[in-house]
Design a protein around this ligand. Structure first.
Ligand code: KIV
Ligand code: ZN
Length: 372
């Protein structure tokens, strides 16, 4: 399964995220090292900074990973993209009625001509072409298939199906991708690209993969337009653990890369974020902590080491004796069960009066008891 990372293109399109060329190059190096198959470095025709960063990323990591640039379906954009030195191009044009009428102000025939001419032009210049019918999931089915056929006839090797405004649900996207996979045949790679407007980007991406897509677009931490894109961490782990397919991603580096991107973009990782959130492997309740101490698999479907995250055992009003014993023993403090019960009661009292109880607090309570 190919992982196409668009953190540096769709991710960076989010309001408030503006990376410098140097920052983009640093992130690209991390992504190459993580093992993604494709890095969408930017949109070269959109600004001088995007042009330079795409060029620099290609120079720095182009020997390790495929570097691709986004381009509108016109010659000027394509020429600009080619002049960065890269040899893969992601061409797009909208195909839904809504976008063609209000945004492009073009007829269907004009859009089909643009698709054919631009894909052919890029192919004639030796590019690998991935084509996206933008707003595919709101495109009239017959026209979508005509657009896809046109792109393939002009030479496109990969067809990406963007759920541009995130209006799919997994059952519907599965059916759609299945039909497209059957339509294009083995020779063409079908790719999925999901936005998270209904919180379904990961679920939809997995449905697409399950339906036969062989490539998936993702961003680190799910950053992107509006509610974001499908998150790399969730999709990669879902593919690995739920679908049992392989990717080239070194999953134990996921946490580190996630934090790096959070630092560079200034967008923090949510506490409850799957895989890379601070609470993704957090446990407080006595029952859960006890289970995890005996066998982590009782309450952890993935081990934190597998994704480079950490198990965090917390103390609070839900704590139990097993967790407390473990935390204190890690601090070199060994207490009898009776004494542990006294410490636990103190901890619960503290927590119930609205305090956050730390391991340091538990240690102090235990030491006071030992010295009394
Ligand atoms: O969401 C989208 O439609 C896109 C396209 C440019 C592929 O990002
Ligand atoms: Zn997008």
């Amino acid at each position: 399964m190919r992982i196409f990372d668009t953190t540096l293109r769709d991710g960076e399109q989010a309001p408030g995220i503006d990376l410098t060329v140097e920052q983009k190059v640093m992130i690209a190096k991390k992504l190459a090292d993580l093992g993604v198959d494709v890095i969408e470095a930017g949109f070269p025709a959109s600004s001088e900074g995007e042009f330079i960063s795409t060029k620099r990323i290609f120079e720095e990591v182009g020997d390790q990973v495929e570097v691709i640039g986004l381009s509108r379906s016109n010659k000027n954009d394509i020429d600009k993209t080619i002049s960065t030195g890269i040899s893969s191009i992601h061409l797009f044009i909208a195909t839904s009625e809504l976008h063609m009428k209000y945004k492009l102000k073009m007829t269907k025939e004009e859009v089909l001509d643009k698709i054919y001419e631009s894909v052919k032009y890029a192919k004639d210049h030796g590019m690998v072409v991935e084509f996206s019918p933008e707003d595919a999931t709101r495109t009239e089915e017959d026209f979508l298939f005509t657009a896809i056929r046109t792109a393939i006839e002009a030479g496109a090797e990969r067809i990406n199906i963007p759920d541009t405004v995130g209006i799919m649900h997994p059952f519907k996207y599965y059916d759609m991708i299945k039909k497209i996979v059957n339509f294009v045949g083995e020779r063409i790679i079908v790719s999925v690209h999901c936005h998270n407007d209904f919180g379904l980007a990961t679920a939809n991406s997995l449905a697409g993969v399950y339906a036969g897509a062989r490539q998936v677009h993702v961003t680190v931490n799910g950053i992107g337009e509006r509610a974001g894109n499908a998150s790399l961490e969730e999709v990669v782990m879902g593919i690995k653990k739920l679908l049992n397919y392989e990717t080239n991603v070194k999953t134990w580096k996921l946490y580190e890369v996630s934090r790096f991107v959070a630092e560079m973009t200034g967008v923090p990782v949510p506490y409850f974020k799957a895989i890379v959130g601070d609470n993704a492997f957090g446990h407080e309740s006595g029952i859960h902590v006890h289970g995890v101490i005996e066998n982590p698999f009782t309450y952890e479907p993935i081990s934190p080491e597998e994704v480079g995250n950490f198990r965090r055992l917390a103390l609070g009003k839900h704590s139990g004796i097993h967790g407390l014993r473990k935390l204190l023993e890690e601090q070199g403090i060994y207490l009898s069960d009776d004494k542990l019960k006294i410490v636990l009661a103190e901890i619960k009292k503290l927590a119930e009066s609205g305090n956050k109880v730390t391991v340091e607090d538990a240690k102090n309570i235990a030491l006071k008891l030992m010295n009394s």
